[in-house]
Design a protein around this ligand. Structure first.
Ligand code: ZN
Length: 125
């Protein structure tokens, strides 16, 4: 049989890619992210050896997981509010590096900062 007639199998999504609670595919994050953001009780449970996944589903309480080893971390295990889990909270960080919150972005937009061409030019430089 030639290779063109071979029964090709579709690649399957590894079970560790999907959130054990909501079934959404999680985005891979570096373990250092968990080391920086988990509360001490959650850190004591241990960080998965492989890069864990982030679940962005707003209605799901799981934030980080590794289904392969059965590890899950919820919002209660994280030391900061999680943007994608709290869609309407004004003081949830949009940018964790610079501590920019949703309220700060809205205030800037109300001042016209987001639509000001001069400001856009200064940012682009
Ligand atoms: Zn989930």
């Amino acid at each position: 049989m030639s290779a063109c007639c071979a029964n090709e199998t579709q690649p399957t999504v590894a079970s560790s890619d999907t959130c054990p609670l909501c079934g959404s595919r999680g985005v891979r994050v570096e373990p250092v992210t968990l080391k920086a953001l988990l509360v001490s009780d959650a850190l004591r449970r241990g960080i998965p050896p492989a890069p864990p996944r982030f679940c962005a589903t707003p209605e799901c309480s799981v934030v980080y997981f590794d289904s392969a080893v059965g590890a899950t971390f919820t919002e209660a295990d994280v030391s900061v509010p999680v943007y994608s889990k709290q869609k309407s909270a004004p003081d949830v960080p949009v940018c964790y590096c610079f501590e920019i919150t949703r309220r700060m972005v809205r205030a800037e937009a109300e001042r016209g900062g987001g639509r000001n061409p001069r400001r856009a030019e200064s940012i682009a430089k």
